[in-house]
Write a protein that binds this ligand. Structure first.
Ligand code: AGP
Length: 611
């Protein structure tokens, strides 16, 4: 996610803004910039792609002087990470500057209208429409009035900081859907996306609510609605230290990211479905429908957790698109004598977009004439630049090496694309799509219900954390869930763990079953529920220690094991989006109990950019 810092006070703003940006680096970014109102009431801007040190080099040669300004670290969503696309963005006259975190969903229509009205745009970003809208309204009214008028025209999410040369003693911030806080100092005030940016200056903050606006001077702070009416707000004393604050009070980034999943999915699902028609759309997808109709087979390529997401997609694509869907790990795919060609759609899945084997795989696939669609979380990454079509997961930067929120975001994007493709190919009715999307819309609230069980899941995990090995069993669309649950555990706790198709148990793994091993049985309501129950009975008769993931209301499972984690009932096809959370939490709490470095497990890198 992007990072915002604003300052107005009695000190030089540049060092304050830079130190705030550095405190937000953990959020991940690919460019940064700063705008300060100079003593001559001009706005001066410096911005650069890359790390903050690149911005510091610019400022070393050409420093900015002034006591009010805004700064930004950008996590690119619209427009590659370039100098032009970096924030802050300015109006036509260079008299207003804006920084933004979020996604403006109606920016294309607004940009077209503003261009017709004579505004000229410098960047490819959605953000730039905000500053031109403010310019449009900023005629003889206070800045905050113009900002409120502009924000009421936006759909989507925003947290913004705004300064204007004509009102040098004012700093305005506002939010809808993306976080923004006010820091209250002595003779100085702050705006920031997150608490760490201001902790070095103040421990008194105000958390802005939806559609609330802060109007700051160095001595004053007013909180208004977009109707410009005053809103009384509580000043919250922060008791975190810096390290904790970057994790929003969670002990590890991984736990924070597990808990971010409902919000990320809600935004991902809602931003891909047209409210009026219920149709699925991908702004950035780019592969023509005619091309998609001509596809005869699909090949999915990915590594690790992304591979497990692809394996779920294989079931969904076959069920709904009626197309043969193969899948292989990238390191095998790239060396096979592939039977693919112009009628093949290759779907490459990668959180980082920089995994060497996956990149090599798509290059080989392109050489053979296949069309490449990538499902990726990092805009501007190598994979996205080498694909024919893109779907961004917009999960924000994933700091924990063990992938959690990126996995469920990949799943959601793959479900949506599968249903989109099925509609394009005329094998899914509008009514059928509507029923599927009604289920998909339930997922975020179902995930929230699971997250309410964290204490129980943690104690169940700790109870089994001494065991020397784990076996994860699942069937059908939850066979990939078993693989993913095993990977989560092994990569952060270093406990040997295997995921298996439950039906394969008799073909070998049953020899492993004894009272010294836990067997995690993924047993939600499904067409193969009874088969899973048979597996559990076979494990019981061999004294295996069973942990079941089951659907709420399932009484039968309680007769088979006392260790049950319940998930809300949902159509089986969507259950991997729910099953993932207890498996992530179990792995997390076992690893913490064993004193492992959860966010940076030994020997692992967040992105494997070498073969
Ligand atoms: C998942 O928890 C691991 N960190 C790893 O398996 C990861 O999924 C794999 O390296 C693929 O990374 P990518 O999604 O960035 O391509």
């Amino acid at each position: 996610m992007c990072g915002i810092v604003g300052y107005i006070g009695g000190k030089e703003a540049q060092p304050v803004l830079l130190s705030g940006l550095k405190r937000l680096e953990y959020r991940g970014y690919d460019s940064s910039g700063i705008a300060i109102i100079s003593s001559k009431n001009n706005i001066e801007i410096r911005k650069s792609p890359g790390k903050i040190r690149e911005l510091e080099k610019l400022l070393k040669n050409r420093p900015l002087c002034g006591m009010a300004g805004i700064a930004h670290t950008r996590w690119a969503t619209h427009g590659a990470p370039t100098q032009i696309n970096a924030h802050p963005h300015q109006d036509c006259r260079g008299k207003i500057a804006v920084v933004h975190n979020g996604i403006i969903e109606n920016y294309e229509a607004l940009k077209e209208k503003l261009t017709k009205e004579g505004h000229f745009f410098r960047s490819q970003t959605d953000t730039e429409v905000i500053v031109h809208l403010i310019e449009k309204f900023y005629r003889g009214i206070p800045l905050e009035d113009a900002v409120a008028k502009a924000l009421k025209m936006l759909s989507g999410s925003f947290a913004i900081g705004v300064v204007a040369a004509e009102e040098p003693d004012k700093l305005v911030g506002a939010r809808r859907g993306s976080p923004l806080i006010v820091g209250l100092g002595n003779g100085e005030n702050f705006l920031a996306s997150d608490v760490p940016a201001v902790l070095g200056f103040t421990k008194k903050v105000i958390f802005l609510g939806e559609n609330e606006m802060a109007v700051l001077s160095k001595k004053d702070c007013r909180i208004l609605g977009l109707d410009l009416k005053h809103i009384p707000k509580e000043v919250v004393p922060i008791r975190w230290d810096i390290g904790q604050a970057e994790k929003m009070g969670f002990e590890h980034f991984m736990l924070k990211e597990i808990n971010e999943q409902p919000g990320i999915l809600e935004h991902l699902i809602n931003s891909r479905i047209k409210k009026k028609t219920g149709q699925i759309y991908f702004q950035e997808q780019n592969i023509p429908k005619l091309k998609l109709r001509g596809i005869k087979n699909i090949f999915i390529v990915a590594c690790g957790t992304a591979y497990h997401a692809g394996l779920v997609a294989k079931y969904v694509l076959e069920s709904y698109c009626r197309l043969p869907a193969q899948i292989d790990v990238s390191s095998e795919f790239r060396y096979r004598d592939l039977l693919i060609g112009p009628e093949t759609l290759v779907i490459a899945i990668s959180q980082s977009g920089e995994t060497a084997d996956t990149l090599a795989g798509i290059r080989e696939a392109k050489r053979r004439g296949a069309t490449i669609l990538s499902i990726c979380n990092v805009l501007g990454s190598t994979l996205t630049r080498e694909s024919d079509g893109l779907i961004y997961t917009h999960a924000g930067p994933e700091i924990g090496v063990a992938s959690t929120k990126a996995y469920t975001a990949q799943l959601a994007a793959l479900y949506l694309f599968s249903f989109y493709l099925a509609r394009v190919r005329g094998v899914l009715s509008a009514r059928g799509l509507k029923k599927l999307l009604q289920q998909l819309h339930k997922i975020p609230s179902c995930q929230k219900q699971i997250l309410k069980q964290q204490k129980n899941i943690a104690s169940l995990a700790r109870k089994h954390s001494h065991l020397g090995s784990f076996l994860y069993l699942g069937r059908n669309v939850n066979y990939p869930s078993a693989l993913e649950g095993a990977l989560k555990l092994k990569e952060i706790s270093y406990i040997p763990a295997e995921g298996y198709a439950a039906g394969e148990m008799k073909h070998g793994p049953i020899a492993l079953i004894d009272e010294y091993r836990a067997v995690v049985c993924i047993t939600p309501s499904s067409k193969v529920y009874e088969k899973m129950v048979s597996n559990i009975q076979e494990i019981r008769s061999r004294k295996g220690r069973i942990i079941a993931i089951a659907s709420s209301g399932d009484r039968e499972i309680k007769d088979l094991t006392s260790e049950v984690i319940y998930i809300p009932r949902i159509e089986e096809i969507f259950s991997p989006l729910l099953v993932a959370l207890p498996l992530q939490l179990m792995a997390y709490h076992i690893a913490v109990k064993r004193g492992c470095d959860v966010d940076q497990p030994r020997n692992l890198a967040k992105s494997v950019t070498v073969e």
